[in-house]
Design a binder for this molecule. Structure first.
Ligand code: ADP
Length: 234
């Protein structure tokens, strides 16, 4: 971990500090696996149902399970009430989260089955897709779905000329803002998701990848601790 500068961000964080993170596994009684994750004021629930029979049947794959993901920001998750229901943004986010997780899951062990991941953003202050992806990975593990590895995700970016980890909405709204959500596998830091919004130099990109990697490593430790907490042997 690189040295932390004394914080000069609006909330007092150093450039490479995460917001306060909370993680809990097994929070939903009726799901096969579940997790709750907070990155500061961004709060998300993830549930996993399955492996189960596929409905509608024509969607099933005889060779492997299908991994279906749904992402939703509830109406009171943002300042102005958000119109309930799905939009292009939620469909895109569900797609990138699903594509980041698919290579991790042993789908071929469950032919003709579906694994459903539902992500509900109860409060949004930027970084919802990365918090949701982090929670989804935990919920899959909690459901006992066999995986090659787990995934942690965080956004790096730039605001007011500074490279930053885990931007808030206030920081994302800066004129020169760059937002770069990144997801990495625990063991080898393989990049499972990388998106970018804004203009940046090669040097900025390099720095952002460095802080994102540090953030993902911190989150990976917290994910393992959250799982250990639920499954500890008394
Ligand atoms: P992410 O949440 O992954 O950073 P975006 O960059 O699309 O994804 O969104 C950034 C932030 O903008 C969200 O976390 C949320 O705080 C805010 N936001 C997104 N959509 C809406 C909306 N429909 N109404 C109000 N705020 C929104």
């Amino acid at each position: 971990m690189s040295e932390k500068k004394s914080g000069k961000r609006p909330d007092g964080r150093a450039y490479n500090d995460m917001r306060p993170v909370k993680m809990q596994v097994g929070v939903l009684k009726h799901a096969n696996g579940s997790a709750y994750v907070e990155f500061g004021k961004t709060h998300v629930y993830a549930s996993v149902h399955g492996p189960k029979k596929v409905h509608p049947r024509h969607m099933e794959d005889g060779e492997k399970a299908i991994l279906r993901c749904r992402y939703n920001m509830i109406p009171f998750s943002v300042n102005d009430r958000k119109r309930p229901g799905y939009d292009r943004r939620s469909v895109e986010i569900a797609k990138v989260i699903s594509e980041a997780l698919q290579p991790m899951v042993f789908l071929e062990e469950f032919p003709k089955s579906a694994i459903d991941i539902d992500l509900e953003i109860t409060q949004a202050d930027a970084g919802t897709r990365v918090a949701a992806l982090t929670a989804a990975s935990l919920a899959l593990a909690d459901a006992g779905i066999p995986m090659h590895d787990m995934v942690a995700a965080v956004a790096a970016g730039r605001a007011n000329g500074e490279i930053l980890l885990d931007l808030t909405k206030e920081e994302e709204d800066a004129k020169d803002a760059v937002d770069m959500p990144v997801a990495m596998a625990h063991r080898d830091n393989k990049v499972m998701l990388l998106q970018m919004d804004g203009d940046m130099s090669k040097e900025d990109l390099k720095q952002m990848l460095i802080v994102a990697k540090e953030g993902c490593s911190e989150l990976a430790e917290m994910q393992k601790a959250a799982l250990r907490e639920k499954y500890k042997v008394e």
